[in-house]
Design a protein around this ligand. Structure first.
Ligand code: UD1
Ligand code: CA
Length: 462
């Protein structure tokens, strides 16, 4: 095999029956991203000339969800060899090597793919490089039968294997690199003459060797090759993803007080000296800058938290929440599509949506931006240094000027000028002694009622 271009062929035509889902198996998310996108993302670093996905049932979902890739259809699932054959017409004008991957094996690393390519380059007359792994529980995997020199002699499927062959613990991941020059000729020789009646891609090993070419094995760790066939395996994949994300966050300089309770997305970015308290969830698209503290039970999604800010406990940051440097977002505060400038304090029980808050503003407990009238959304602008009293309702669109004070309990429907005090609620009135008089009157009424009741009882006894 000469070093050249690579076409990645991702097999995803299987039914995924065990998922019991109306969503295509490879679109189920791991770390907040469809599992096939993990693989496609990794593929970018080996820069294949083509990426072709072999689809069958529910294939239209993949066509809708994925961009920058091509598709080939396998109408009947006649086996992994047949699936690769189905990809060939779309590669008519391509003579580079073929890298076969599985859409439901999301974690195979670029380093492993590079090792497969390097092995192909280093092996004389190399026709095939198969990715294998050792496991203590080889179950129904195909077994790799190797020669004394470590090269690959053949792959035997579990169903077709003898007891002796089943005792082999070196297994077939299914992924392989095929010399492009000869691939079509070799693939055409596959038959379905086996226990399953399928066209086995694994039969290529013997075909390649008979043709005078070498077949090699590259081994990698079992966890990298974890496949997802069921919801339980999806959860196991999520666990692997989270363990890696936590380790990475800590390696990058974040403190996770209880790492096993923090959940990341594939694109979560944490700066240095970030502290994440227990039970925090990062949805997709979150950026946390240096020196931030995220306190317990907070949920962040599509938000940026700038340097030195503090969020939570029990805070909810929704998409396009932008929390300024040194700002404080306290308990039971929800923020959506709102920009908080430096040093803003919004400490308790508040909803800020479709809003811009100026530097150093203080938002009192229970403040609500009323951003929605049931039809459209409107903006609230709060100036720098403004003070919003507790339990205020700001009915958007509305602007509160810099340095203005809004009295507690106000319902603000009109713009407020800079440095003004605005109070929008009934004026307070005091009636001296009223409460004491009220109590005397009511006590007398109650006593009279009780007496009346006991007299009627006496009468009925007589
Ligand atoms: C295959 C290998 C086996 C290996 C195992 C690893 C063959 C013959 N066997 O097993 O040695 O240990 O993978 O998991 O290759 N697919 C299609 N079209 C088909 C059949 C499969 O697209 O007609 C896709 C599936 O969607 C899946 C992948 O190929 O992504 C593997 O299919 P699966 O049926 O799980 O593999 P096996 O044949 O059991
Ligand atoms: Ca299988």
């Amino acid at each position: 095999m000469a070093t050249g271009q690579i076409a990645a062929i991702v097999l995803a035509a299987g039914q995924g029956t065990r998922m019991k889902s109306s969503l295509h198996k490879v679109l189920h998310p791991v770390g907040g991203r469809p599992m096939i996108n993990h693989l496609l993302h990794t593929l970018q670093s080996i820069n294949p000339a083509r990426t072709l996905i072999v689809i069958g049932a529910l294939g239209h979902q993949l066509q809708d969800a994925l961009s920058g890739v091509s598709f080939a259809t396998q109408n009947e699932q006649l086996g992994t060899g047949h699936a690769v054959q189905c990809a060939l017409p779309a590669l008519d004008d391509f003579d580079g090597d073929l890298l076969v991957l599985y859409g439901d094996v999301p974690f195979v690393s670029d380093a492993t793919m590079q090792r497969m390519i390097a092995t192909r380059d280093a092996t004389e007359n190399c026709g095939l490089v198969v990715l294998g792994f050792h496991t203590t529980d080889p179950a129904a995997y195909g077994r790799l039968v190797t020669n004394a020199d470590g090269s690959l002699e053949r792959i035997v499927e579990f169903k077709d294997a003898s007891a002796e062959e089943r005792a082999i613990t070196l297994c077939n991941s299914g992924m392989m690199l095929i010399a492009g020059q000869h691939a079509r000729r070799w693939l055409a020789q596959l038959t379905n003459n086996n226990v399953a009646g399928e066209y086995y891609l694994t039969d290529l090993v013997e075909i390649v060797r008979k043709d005078g070419h070498a077949a090699s094995v590259v081994e990698t760790d079992e966890t990298e090759l974890m496949g997802v066939n069921s919801r339980a395996e999806l959860a196991a994949a999520e666990t692997i993803f989270q363990q890696q994300a936590r380790a990475q966050a800590m390696a990058d300089g974040a403190t996770l007080v209880a790492p096993e309770t923090v959940f990341f997305s594939h694109d979560t970015r944490l700066g240095k000296d970030v502290t994440v308290e227990p039970n925090v969830v990062f949805g997709p698209g979150v950026v946390v800058e240096d020196g931030v503290t995220i306190k317990s039970f907070s949920h962040l999604d599509g938000a940026i938290v700038r340097a030195g800010a503090s969020v939570g406990p029990y805070a909810r940051l929704r998409p396009a929440a932008d929390i300024g440097a040194g700002a404080k977002v306290g308990n039971f505060v929800e923020i959506k599509k709102a920009t908080l400038a430096e040093g803003v304090k919004v400490s308790h029980l508040t909803y800020l949506g479709d809003a811009t808050i100026g530097a150093g503003a203080n938002i009192g407990a229970g403040t609500i931006t009323c951003n929605y009238d049931g039809f459209l959304k409107y903006q609230t602008i709060i100036g720098a240094g403004a003070f919003i009293g507790s339990n205020s309702a700001l009915v958007a669109p509305v602007t509160i000027g810099d340095g203005a004070i809004v009295g507690a309990g106000s319902v603000i429907t009109k713009n407020v000028d800079a440095d003004a005090l605005v109070v929008s609620r009934a004026r307070q009135r005091q009636i001296d002694g009223y409460a004491a008089g009220f109590r005397d009157e009511k006590q007398a009424e109650k006593t009279a009622k009780a007496q009346e009741k006991s007299q009627t009882k006496e009468k009925t006894k007589d």
